[in-house]
Design a protein around this ligand. Structure first.
Ligand SMILES: [Zn+2]
Length: 240
């Protein structure tokens, strides 16, 4: 049965070619997100070598600054053709919070564009670091934009419950399986709302090693790794 890596950045590895070959050989379904619309266009010509490699159209909140407006026309043009959107979201950590107003503008713009084109049931891979409440507020203000998948979520449990009520999924990476907060999140998110991810290369785990995350989820939830894997595949199929 294939593995699923619901959030990684293959284009950020300069050896992306052998990486892709191995991903295909190892039967991994991968969502490789892009951090800016121009990277997405480059990725579209390089990365879609197999139907199991999905490419996300994104604008990473950490790359949003006062020049953000120049990327909006490109986003607007590409969104109608994009089934997967990401990496998008908000980042309130460190210096990034200085650009929060612009980040919110970009996120709202993307969600508005998604809801104005309903030709796709979209999947949104979202970054929410230190801006969980604001991200959920913006999602709530923009219903019918697609299904949110919260990547590397480190918010509170009440926030996680709120996200579940909004229909969100969570993608769990290897780092999260080792922290108290991550383990608590895994125990409250039901198997029908969970994904595995690596966030490679930000986490030094290759997409085909994502089975280690399945094993940890299985252990935390007291089920078999096979059950975790079959739920994740079902979740993927129900969104695609
Ligand atoms: Zn990422």
């Amino acid at each position: 049965m294939p593995l699923v890596d619901m959030h990684c950045h293959i284009d950020l590895d300069k050896n992306w070619k052998p990486l892709l070959t191995k991903i295909v050989e190892q039967d991994v379904i991968v969502l490789t997100v892009s951090n800016r619309p121009d990277y997405y266009e480059l990725g579209a010509s390089r990365l879609q070598v197999s139907p199991n490699i999905k490419l996300g159209l994104g604008f990473h909140p950490q790359l949003v600054d006062e020049d953000f407006e120049k990327f909006l026309p490109q986003l607007e043009a590409l969104i109608p053709g994009a089934k997967f959107i990401g990496e998008i979201g908000l980042d309130g950590s460190g210096d990034h919070k200085d650009y929060m107003e612009f980040q919110e503008e970009v996120l709202s713009f993307i969600l508005r564009e998604c809801s104005s084109d309903i030709s796709q049931d979209r999947v949104l891979s979202l970054h929410t670091r230190k801006a969980e409440k604001k991200t959920l507020d913006i999602l709530e203000d923009h219903p019918d934009t697609g299904t949110p998948v919260l990547h590397w979520f480190t918010g509170s449990l009440p926030q996680a419950k709120r996200a579940l009520e909004l229909g969100a999924y969570f993608s769990i990476n290897p780092k999260m399986t080792k922290t108290k907060k991550g383990k608590e999140l895994i125990s409250v998110v039901p198997l029908n709302r969970i994904f595995t991810e690596t966030d490679y290369p930000f986490v030094d785990v290759k997409p085909w090693e994502v089975h280690t995350v399945e094993d940890s989820i299985a252990q935390i939830k007291g089920v078999s790794p096979q059950e975790v894997n079959s739920n994740i595949l079902n979740n993927f199929r129900s969104l695609t």
